[in-house]
Write a protein that binds this ligand. Sequence first.
Ligand SMILES: Nc1nc2c(c(=O)[nH]1)N[C@H]1C(S)=C(S)[C@@H](COP(=O)(O)O)O[C@H]1N2
Ligand SMILES: [Mo]
Length: 207
Amino acid sequence: MGLIGRGYPDEIARRIPPGQRLVKTWPVLHVGPIPRFDGERWDLEVSGLVEEPTVIAYADLRSMPTVLVGADMHCVTGWTTLDNAWEGVPFRAIAERVRPLPEARWVIAHGAAGYSANLSLAAMLDDDVLLAWRNHGEDLTPEHGWPLRLVVPKRYAWKSVKWLTGLEFSAENRRGFWEIRGYHVHADPFAEERYAYQERGGAEREP
Ligand SMILES: Nc1nc2c(c(=O)[nH]1)N[C@H]1C(S)=C(S)[C@@H](COP(=O)(O)O)O[C@H]1N2
Ligand SMILES: [Mo]
């Protein structure tokens, strides 16, 4: 029950990664404009090294079985929010549908307007990774990623691509928007993997 760190109880303090601070409100952070959602046209392209490349219409995606995931969120700029309650489709369900080929080891998540992030397939297959449209029982607002965002709780939040339009399976580690601009591929907040110069081969580490 002791107070450590910046005065949070232990059970809270241990959930705040090094160099992060807890915030009470949910900040909005992204580059570029917020896309307009058209339910007739929005779909998810699942491409690359899979047996069944496919385009999943938004209505089809919304008819898939859903999960609830409680998760904390850590932005590399320093803020952390606790106890988000995401609702959506597990990434694993998408993978089961398209069946990745044995050579697929990476996934590039594509967002609207050219944003992207890459993750190892192993990291994506974690059971808390989902394609979400709700948090705390409410539909996401456009600025938080409506109609669909990726959520990868165990990585810095730049990997949680908002306005998700595509998932591309690849054999190679192809860096995404921030990974190209000097950010870490693995991006574990508790290891403080913020910058590419820290990688030293570690980026290939899995998951
Ligand atoms: N499409 C897209 N997704 C994105 C970003 C972005 O610029 N574009 N920014 C990322 C970053 S850096 C963070 S911290 C989170 C912020 O999500 P939020 O605005 O819902 O808090 O979205 C991530 N997803
Ligand atoms: Mo971020």
